[in-house]
Design a protein around this ligand. Structure first.
Ligand code: ARG
Length: 478
């Protein structure tokens, strides 16, 4: 009799354990539930079955398993996979984990042939293989969404190569930039995350299978057969390391933490810019919610939630680092604790990037508010200083002159561009009417005309180059 996962504390009247031979007493019911992982590792069922089919095929090819047994196993596993996918499989906590649930169900269905599947294998190399297969699929899915978001940003930047806004340092107005340039800065951050994901995948994609419990196996296995069937790039070279290594999971959670940190920065800017004090952007209603008490509110919930998810992303990384710290070789039951943080990081990255890929390209941009803010904050002060330097004044003196002009502006509520020529000349007799060219916002941004600069011409070039850069990274995902 099997029991459902929703009822993990029922005393065990379950089938004899697959490892029950050396035991006389039953497992304590609480211990059974406490040590089980099936409630959370069942999501790897497809990878577990794929791994088993490859293992059985290899055993057949090297002559350890008959063709008849092999086809019974392959058919039985296909049937089980369908049953699980249809939601009709009865998961049993007394069968502990996804591996033993599936193996026991196979034996229920096909008898002795099913009992031969685990020849030359251990759950230790099996689980390490399953996690890698699962994570590899997850990386590919995240890469596709990351690319969708990157392409959305390229499109948004392309629409705003000459939309002027204030650029900030210390969140104080610094110099005018274009909104397209700002969006392309986000693009660079997120492109690095895609690059990191690609590197993580390379280290994920090595095969532990064949290491068995820890020392390898005495059967004449051929690991290159399973490696090719499972599309791994290489085999893990040391059996002790193969069953105990979880670096690849730490790598992934580290990459997730960085990716979420980036998304939280973008989220923070969206939240700020949507406020009544900025009004730089508006987000479609579909990505916002209202307040149950304040009728005027439109809250950027999606952006805030993504910002908040940084916490769990960091937590998952610390959990895995701490899990692995000080573990002696080789496999220890501690390692069962790897899955929930890893799965949570997968979900967090995937769902956050999906939300942003839908939301960011739909941002409505308030060009007038951006421009007004850029005009107000003395954002062309550096341009005035640079202009004076080009007339022969040392930069430090120019800095001083412009500082005085800004002080005058603050006292009289005047921007530099609003001052009369006479007023400007009172700060330096080097100033003439041509200064007004650089005091304009357009003059300022157009002058930053080099690779990486904010001139609309350069932003348009960056936008043009961006598409091929996305395609070149993680090329197996188009
Ligand atoms: N459920 C276990 C895990 O997640 C599978 C491996 C168990 N191996 C063992 N020797 N107990 O790590």
């Amino acid at each position: 009799m099997t029991r459902s996962q929703s009822d993990p504390n029922t005393p065990s009247t379950a089938p004899t354990k697959l490892w029950g031979g050396r035991f006389e007493g039953n497992t304590d019911a609480f211990v059974e539930a406490f040590t089980a992982s099936v409630t959370f590792d069942q999501r790897m069922f497809r990878q577990d079955i794929r791994g088993s089919v490859a293992h059985a095929t290899m055993l057949m090819k090297v002559g350890v398993l008959s063709e008849v047994d092999h086809s019974a196993i392959v058919d039985g596993l296909a049937d089980i996979e369908q049953t699980i996918a249809a939601g009709e499989f009865e998961w049993s906590v007394s069968r502990e984990d996804v591996h033993m649930n599936i193996e026991a169900a196979l034996i229920d269905r096909i008898g002795d042939a099913g009992k031969r599947l685990h020849t030359g294998r251990s759950r230790n190399d099996q689980v390490a293989t399953d996690i890698r297969l699962y994570l590899r699929d997850a990386c590919d899915e995240i890469a596709a969404e990351q690319k969708r978001l990157l392409r959305g940003l390229i499109q948004l930047a392309g629409e705003h190569t000459d939309t002027i806004m204030p650029g900030f340092t210390h969140l104080q107005t610094a110099q005018p930039v274009t909104f397209g340039h700002h969006v392309m800065a986000w693009f660079e951050m997120l492109l690095r995350d895609l690059e990191r994901l690609q590197e993580v995948r390379t280290r994920v994609n090595r095969m532990p299978l064949g290491a068995a419990a820890l020392a390898g196996t005495s059967y004449p296995i051929d690991r290159s057969i399973t490696m090719e069937l499972l599309e791994f790039d290489a085999v893990a070279e040391n059996s002790l390391d193969a069953v105990s290594d979880r670096d690849f999971a730490i790598d992934f959670t580290a990459a997730t933490a960085i990716a979420l940190m980036h998304l939280s920065r973008i989220a923070e800017e969206m939240v700020l810019w949507m406020s009544a004090q900025f009004q730089f952007v508006d987000l479609p209603d579909a990505f916002c919610t209202g307040s149950s008490i304040m009728p005027q509110k439109k809250n950027p919930d999606v952006a805030e939630l993504v910002r908040g998810k940084t916490g769990r992303a960091n937590g998952n990384l610390i959990a895995l680092l701490t899990l692995m710290k000080g573990q002696p070789l080789t496999y220890n039951k501690d390692n069962q604790e790897d899955k929930e943080p890893l799965f949570d990081s997968i979900d967090t990255w995937l769902h956050s990037v999906r939300a942003f890929a839908d939301m960011l390209p739909a941002t409505q941009v308030n060009k007038d508010a951006m421009r007004a803010a850029a005009v107000q904050g003395f954002s062309t002060a550096t341009d005035l200083a640079d202009w004076l330097v080009k007339q022969g004044m040392p930069f430090r003196d120019a800095h001083e002159v412009v500082g005085k002009a800004v002080k005058h502006g603050v006292d009289n509520a005047l921007d530099l561009g609003d001052m009369s020529l006479e007023t400007l000349q009172s700060f330096s007799d080097k100033i003439d009417a041509s200064v007004f060219d650089v005091l304009s916002l357009e003059g300022s941004v157009n002058s930053r005309d080099h690779v990486g600069g904010t001139a609309p011409k350069q932003v348009a070039l960056a936008v043009q180059n961006a598409g091929p850069r996305v395609s070149a990274i993680y090329p197996i995902v188009p």
